[in-house]
Structure formats: structure tokens, C-alpha cells
Ligand binder design. Sequence first.
Ligand SMILES: Cc1cc2nc3c(=O)[nH]c(=O)nc-3n(C[C@H](O)[C@H](O)[C@H](O)COP(=O)(O)OP(=O)(O)OC[C@H]3O[C@@H](n4cnc5c(N)ncnc54)[C@H](O)[C@@H]3O)c2cc1C
Length: 307
Amino acid sequence: METRPKLLLLCAQLLAVFSDPGCEERLEAMAARGPRVLIIGAGISGIAAAEKLHRHGLQNIRILEATGRTGGRIRSQRFAKGLVEIGAQWIHGPSQGNPVFRLAAQFGLLGSDALLKENQKMNFDGYTSANPVIYSSSGKKLSPDVFANITELYHTWLEKTRNITGGGCTPEDSVGSFIRQKIVQSSADWDKELADINMAFLRGLLNMECCSSGTHSMDYVALCPFGEYTTFPGLDCTFPKGYESLVNQMKAPLPGGSVLLNKAVQSIHWNGSFPGEDSHIYPVKVMCEDGDSFVADHVIVTVPLGK
Ligand SMILES: Cc1cc2nc3c(=O)[nH]c(=O)nc-3n(C[C@H](O)[C@H](O)[C@H](O)COP(=O)(O)OP(=O)(O)OC[C@H]3O[C@@H](n4cnc5c(N)ncnc54)[C@H](O)[C@@H]3O)c2cc1C
């Protein structure tokens, strides 16, 4: 039973509070300042969290960022007379359901084309509507029908993967293995020449799917939740002044000093009792690589999980 030690600790804290003459003033001060929140990472997620808390009246927010800049994987760099996006570039599916689009439109960061109602209605379901001209490796122009047929077949398989729910798959099943099974079943009817061409197209289509899903192989993409991913309608668009202009707009209302740069967080301790410089006891302590430490009531972690 964990209750007793926790209760004892609470009693000890209450005793300490009531026997301390300055305590009431400190409690009042704490109530006035609101909870202290630390946010780890100043990418768009960390900035968005800070902006939202600030908008709702929280005063005591601090972002700890490992690098010397905000924006994380969004980085727009001036180059010659233009601008290059080193990270994110596109708003995929720019239409009213997309929060990035809504924010960008609200801040006036988009070009007039992106705001056209007809562009917002276009629906590619995550795929381009390109009508490609295709050559084989020997330079022979291939019939668009061959490509159309195998693409249609591939999309019916993909549609099936999206409709598979919990009962129809195990956690080990992948989109890659499902598509491979379908290829094996269908290829029995293809002659050698058609099989070679179809396999080449399928490799290309699967590579494109890898780009969309952000993976090296569809074998790494779980089959069961694949259908949970949905796309917004809208003709993909970019930010004329760079994607980073969105981060800068979101950051602008935060009070000066909210973001501490070059503060790589090393460890986070929570459910503890850590005294702050105001003598208040905080449940969270964040340690940085440079030896600095910060206490808080809450911590929000926005660092990427992968490498
Ligand atoms: C090349 C590229 C192209 C992309 N293209 C697009 C696109 O076209 N459209 C699109 O919508 N998305 C795109 N994305 C994805 C998009 O950039 C990300 O989804 C988004 O920027 C993630 O934001 P985030 O705040 O969650 O994470 P991040 O931007 O990764 O921010 C996390 C922050 O945490 C900091 N951090 C990490 N560890 C610590 C630590 N220990 N202590 C303190 N701070 C720490 C990092 O320095 C970083 O600033 C692209 C990404 C890349 C890399």
C-alpha cells in the first residue's frame, strides 16, 4: 500500500506550511502567478503549446531549447535572392480542417492562390494527379494503359489495407507484407514481359508510398492502424516568406525571455518534492546538460522520439 507514506508526506508538508509565518503570502503569490510550466523543445509543437497556455492566461511558462534557434525541423534560410526551406516546406491539404492552414491564413502568410476556394476543394487523397510519360530503361516509350492498369490494381490493394480493422490483422502484420501477398496472387496471371514491367511500376509506387509514410520500407508500417491516417483536401501550397514565418508569428506574443536557447535537457524528474527559489515545493525538476536545473509544476515534452 502506497497511501500511508504519501499521506505522511502530505501531513509533513501541511505542518511545514502552517507553522511557517510567511506561508500565506507565498500561497497568495503562487495563486496569483499560476502554475509554473516548462516546455522542452522550441519547435512548432513547443511554441504552439507555449502560445496556447499564454493565450489562456498562464504567465509562468519557459521553453528550454537545446540548439541556438527556435523552429526545430522548420527552418527557412535566405539564399542568394531567394529562400530555401531546409526542413518543412509544404502545407499538405490546405483547407479549413487543417490547423496549419487555418493559422497561416489567419496570420496572412499565404499567397492568394492558396486562399482560393476551388484550390481548397481539390482532393488528391494524398496522391498527385500526374499523367506521366514513361520510358523503359532501354528507352522504349511505354503505353500509358499499362501504367494505368497496374496503378488501379495497386490502389485497390491500398484501399483494402485502409479498410482492415483490428479483427482482420495482428500487430505484426505490415502494409508491405500485405501488398506482397497481393502481388504474388495477381502475378500468376502475368506473362514474363508484363511481370517485368508491372514489377518495375510497383517498385516505384511502393517507393512513393514510402515517401508519403516517411519510412524506408512499407514493412515497417503496421497494417492495423494504416487506415487511421486521413488526408485533408486542398492543393498543397508553400509559405511565400518561408514556413518559419509561421513559427515566428506564433512566438511573437510570448513574453521576452520565455525561450532559453542552448539549454539541452538531460533528465526530467517528476512526482518529486523539489524546493524552488521562492521556497515553494515543486513536483518536477528538469536537469540540463550544462548543469543548470529548473523546477516546475508541469512539464511538456515536445522533443522528437526517433533519431
Ligand atoms: C526535411 C524535412 C522536410 C519536411 N517537410 C515537411 C512538409 O513539407 N510539410 C510538413 O507539414 N512537415 C514537414 N516536415 C515535418 C515537420 O518539419 C515536423 O513535423 C515538425 O517541424 C515537427 O515539429 P516539432 O516541434 O514537433 O519537432 P521539432 O521541430 O523536431 O522540434 C523539437 C525541438 O526540440 C529540441 N530538442 C530536442 N532534444 C532536446 C533536449 N534534450 N532538450 C531541449 N530541446 C531539445 C530540438 O532542438 C527542436 O528544436 C519535414 C521535416 C523534415 C525534416
